[in-house]
Write a protein that binds this ligand. Structure first.
Ligand code: SF4
Ligand code: SF4
Length: 165
């Protein structure tokens, strides 16, 4: 079985906030460089696990750049080449699921790592809190709040549905 990257988003959230001098490292993922581009793993996880999937999706309606859409699995996706970082979607989301810093990163900044690049992944693991990023031989395990983000990445996160049942 190929190893997967397990990212513990709960551990990252326990780190000091943005007001601290030290921002936590951020993992980026993009299966194909192109229209969708590299995105933060936090953004991907929020759209997949904590977004309430509103039927009328006010975030899509408000986007002035047509950068948001739903994919075939009803998950919101953002085209990074269209997004103008206006943050209108962040403001209008009634559940506060999006964070303004999802849309801020620039690839030349320090502390951003493409997890599909072995060297950058090693640096991401080294610079993250102990145990927050690991290479594992396992599949998703909802009892431990570990969910499959994609074929390469598992995240430890609270899914909104399980919290509200
Ligand atoms: S930040 Fe603005 S342009 Fe980007 S997805 Fe949100 S609403 Fe659209
Ligand atoms: S408005 Fe918020 S909760 Fe609703 S679909 Fe958009 S991101 Fe998800």
């Amino acid at each position: 079985m190929a190893q997967k990257i397990l990212i513990d988003l709960e551990k990252f959230r326990s780190l000091p906030g943005k007001s601290s001098d030290e921002s936590p490292p951020e993992g980026l993922y993009g299966p194909s460089v192109g229209a969708q581009g590299l995105k933060s793993i936090r953004e991907l996880a929020v759209f997949q696990f904590t977004c309430r999937r509103c039927t009328d999706a006010p975030c899509i309606e408000v986007c002035p750049a047509d950068a948001l859409e739903k994919n075939e699995e009803d998950i919101i996706t953002r085209s990074t080449n269209l997004c103008i970082s206006c943050k209108s979607c962040v403001v209008i989301c009634p559940f506060g699921t999006m964070m303004t810093d999802f849309f801020d990163y620039h690839r030349d900044e320090e502390n951003y790592y493409d997890v599909m690049d072995k060297k950058e992944l090693d640096q991401f693991i080294r610079n993250s809190p102990e145990g927050a990023v690991q290479l594992v031989d396992m599949e998703e395990d909802p009892e431990q709040h570990i969910f499959k983000l994609n074929d390469h990445i598992l995240v430890r996160e609270r899914m909104w549905k399980t919290d509200n049942l």
